[in-house]
Design a protein around this ligand. Structure first.
Ligand code: MG
Length: 418
């Protein structure tokens, strides 16, 4: 009886989910960024949120990572908790230098089910493309370590303490190291432990620790976008980049107009701009007859090209009898949100001889802003008379005109090509 040759066994997929951890180093003090010295740069805002939140929702969201551990400074526990609310990350307190911080993160990972591989990344590199992570992981199939890096494009000079050029360093073969730096976990943990035991605390990145320990480390192509935010100008540039990107995401700017009239009838107050205002008459209508909110609602529906207030809330439907018109405006704003858009500006003009609008203008702006869920700075309320001409001049009713400016996600180019 002959034994068939053993079928070749496929190597286990080493980058399978569950096997890879991301270790983000965020324990630095970041004093080089200047200004606001009490806030390390990884907690400074870019595009409206802290750098570290941008980093963790960027590279930290890569599907390869089963665990994300962040090494933080003990003074930053509150800032970290605030910045990472809602993100599935673990925090561990780091050491005095980067090397000790990474070691603390590795020991934390080792203590609770060590991963096969670990990618170590700087918190202040928020724009690492997923393709860089893929390249690092792929290279770990045949290397103990693989680091993102870029060939040095500039001619390199070595200078003395006085700034005098001593020599030109040939740049052939020179690469500038970025992160992530990926390693087989057991190998980099052992290397860090050995370096610490040997009293080496001066190794400036994890590849240097690996090299010192004799591991085989390979470079893969990094990305120019994956730069480190080091100086204040880097933070400013990152902030502008994110803000511009967000504007481009909502580049379909729409303006809609609305118009409404309600007549006066018996009563002792009007509801106008969301407020009850004492008056010697009331406005007559099916709902609370808030002519201002009706015009604003129609302006938003106009910008959405989605019917009008009558088609969304038919006067024939008894459920809208006497209803607070805030319901209509809030619904129109919900339709904007459902399209992924925002209300950028609401502008309301009320035309009447009485009541006087001026004393109520600011309260009206605040109320409209609250209903629409936008800042008061995005709401204008204006009033005029019609010089006693026409029905408003004869005090028979109130007229309202409104415009709404919306910003919506651009339609697919193949939809209308605009
Ligand atoms: Mg109306």
């Amino acid at each position: 009886m002959t034994t068939p040759p053993a079928a070749p066994t496929a190597p286990a997929p080493r980058s399978a989910p569950g096997g890879v951890a991301l270790l983000v180093v965020a324990a630095g003090r970041g004093t080089r960024a200047g200004g606001g010295l009490s806030t390390p740069k990884q907690y400074r805002p870019i595009g409206g949120r802290p750098v570290i939140a941008e980093t963790l929702s960027g590279i930290g969201g890569h599907p390869a990572f089963a665990r994300v551990v962040v090494v933080i400074h003990p003074d930053d526990a509150d800032a970290f908790a605030e910045a990472t609310r809602g993100l599935a990350v673990e925090a561990v307190v780091g050491g005095a230098e980067r090397q000790a911080s990474v070691r603390a993160g590795l020991e934390h990972l080792a203590a609770a089910g060590a991963p096969d591989r670990v990618l170590i990344h700087d918190a202040v590199r928020p724009f690492c493309p997923a393709a860089v992570v893929d390249r690092v992981l792929a290279r770990l199939d045949d290397s103990d370590g693989a680091i993102a890096a870029l060939p040095v494009p500039d001619t390199m000079k070595r200078v003395d303490g006085a700034g005098r050029v001593v020599e030109t360093v040939p740049r052939a073969g020179l690469w500038a190291a970025q992160t992530p730096q990926g390693f087989r976990f057991a190998a980099i943990l052992a290397a860090h432990r050995r370096a610490a035991d040997a009293g080496r605390h001066d190794l400036t990145d994890d590849a240097a620790v690996a090299e010192w320990a004799g591991l085989k480390v390979t470079v893969v192509e990094g990305d120019a976008d994956n730069g480190k935010l080091t100086h204040a100008v880097d933070l400013d540039r990152a902030d502008r980049r994110l803000r511009e990107a967000r504007y481009l995401e909502l580049a379909d700017v729409r303006v809609g107009q609305g118009f409404d009239v309600h007549a006066f009838g018996p009563g002792d107050h009007v509801v106008l701009g969301g407020l009850a205002i004492a008056h010697d008459a009331a406005l007559v209508g099916h709902s609370d007859a808030d002519v201002g909110l009706h015009a604003l609602t129609d302006a938003i529906l106009g910008a959405l090209a989605d019917g009008d207030i009558g088609s969304h809330f038919p006067p024939s439907d008894p459920q809208w009898r006497g209803v607070d018109s805030a319901v209509f405006l809030a619904h129109a704003c919900d339709l904007v949100a459902a399209r992924g858009g925002v209300v950028a500006h609401l502008d309301l003009t009320l035309v009447c001889e009485a009541p006087k609008i001026g004393p109520h203008r600011e309260a009206m702006r605040a109320r409209i802003a609250a209903i629409a869920g936008i800042a008061e700075g995005r709401v204008a309320v204006k009033a005029t008379t019609s010089e006693r001409l026409g029905f408003t001049g004869r005090k028979e009713g109130i007229m309202a005109l409104a415009t709404a400016t919306l910003r919506l996600p651009p339609p697919d180019l193949d939809e209308d090509g605009r």
